[in-house]
Design a protein around this ligand. Structure first.
Ligand code: NAD
Length: 356
């Protein structure tokens, strides 16, 4: 076995932040397996692509032959599984891809990891981990006075996305209990930060506000989400990878519950401050309420006391500091947003990388 880790979906929003953070913290060799769907963007990884410890492989986690070969060739000490279809609205319009990647893909990885684990001996065997990255959306929705989701909260997914992630969590759990695969699961709240595809709330609003377009807010805007800065999530994953107990789930969150409309208003005020000469000031005038999403969960809140107590992980960013960093990053990286929204990065990717 080598010191290498195999990451899936490392060209996406959280995965690319993880890969960057991994090398920033002096992590060992890392192989990134990513299909490069519309959400995968190798531009995110431009700062580390020439690092000799980094290997990119374009491919599908549903491809059992490829996944098996990667285990054989790289002998990883762990797999960190981010790859997924991740956007709730897309899952409502076309659930098939969600079942394929999130369920079949996780199944394929579990089977390959199980076969590989069976070949390991001694210290290599005790060291190996399968870390499955999941979401708090598997728990369903909360009423205003309900306690936050904890690790024993029953699963009650409401969207096709959440149901597919819940299914994948159950598969991982079953592979631990049935086959003894040394896996751990993290269930995290909503992330925000650099490199998030501008279909998600915060980057969508920044992108629209800068162009003077309407800021579409679903329903009454009172849906509550619990926000965590993406690098804090990445550090939590590294902590669980090194110190987590096999078979356990860890909820990850920053104790930052905010109504969507409050997030959009905070963004507008920040843009008024940071872009004082914008023709679109005050940006709050762009807010437009639109028809609510079907089955829209009302409130998510994460109780992260287990990972704090047992593994001593705490977020470093408050919502205010992380949010300001995020907005400043999008303002400084207008070209990235422009590439992503125009599809230019897909062309860039095709001309820079072929299948390997
Ligand atoms: P994302 O959509 O930005 O990135 C997903 C990545 O997976 C992309 O690079 C894509 O190309 C790749 N991918 C998709 N299908 C693939 C396949 N079949 N084979 C190989 N690669 C494939 O997603 P994200 O927001 O970075 O989320 C990453 C993980 O974290 C997901 O599992 C998601 O459920 C989980 N999560 C996300 C959040 C959040 O707020 N974004 C919160 C908690 C958990």
């Amino acid at each position: 076995m080598t010191d290498c880790i195999l990451v899936t979906g490392g060209a996406g929003f959280i995965g690319s932040n993880f890969v960057i953070e991994w090398f920033a913290q002096g992590g060992g060799p890392l192989v990134n397996l990513d299909k490069l769907t519309y959400a995968g963007n190798l531009e995110n990884l431009a700062s580390i692509e020439s690092n000799p410890a980094y290997t990119f492989v374009r491919g599908d986690i549903c491809d059992a032959e490829l996944v098996g070969r990667l285990f054989e060739e790289h002998h990883p000490r762990a797999i960190v599984h981010f790859a997924a279809e991740s956007h709730v609205d897309r899952s409502i319009l076309g659930p098939e891809a969600f079942l394929k990647t999130n369920i079949d893909g996780t199944f394929t990885l579990l089977q390959a990891a199980r076969a590989y684990y069976g070949t390991l001996q001694g210290e290599d065997k005790s060291r190996f981990r399968f870390l499955h990255v999941s979401t708090d959306e598997v728990y369903g929705t909360l009423g205003p006075d309900d306690p936050a989701f904890h690790e024993e909260t029953p699963y009650s997914p409401n969207s096709p996305y959440a149901a597919s992630k819940a299914s994948s969590d159950h598969l991982v759990r079953a592979w631990v209990h049935t086959y003894g695969l040394p896996a751990v699961i993290t269930n995290c709240s909503n992330n925000y930060g650099p490199f998030q595809f501008p279909e998600k709330l915060i980057p969508l609003m920044i992108s629209n506000a800068l162009q003077g377009k309407p800021l579409p807010v679903y329903g009454d805007g009172q849906q509550i989400r619990d926000w965590l800065y993406v690098r804090d999530h990445c550090r939590a994953i590294m902590t669980v990878l090194e110190k987590g107990t096999i078979g356990e789930c860890y909820n990850v969150g920053g104790n930052n519950q905010r109504a969507n409309i409050d997030v959009v208003n905070a963004l507008c005020s920040l843009l008024d401050e940071l872009v004082p000469d914008s023709a679109n000031r005050p940006h709050a005038q762009l807010i437009t309420y639109v028809k609510d999403r079907p089955g829209h969960d009302r409130r998510y809140a994460i109780d992260a006391r287990k990972i704090q107590r047992e593994l001593n992980w705490f977020p470093e960013e408050s919502f205010e500091t992380g949010f300001r960093k995020t907005v400043e990053w999008y303002l400084a990286n207008a070209e990235w947003v422009e590439h992503v929204t125009s599809g230019a990065y897909q062309q860039w990717m095709t001309s820079n990388y072929s299948d390997r």
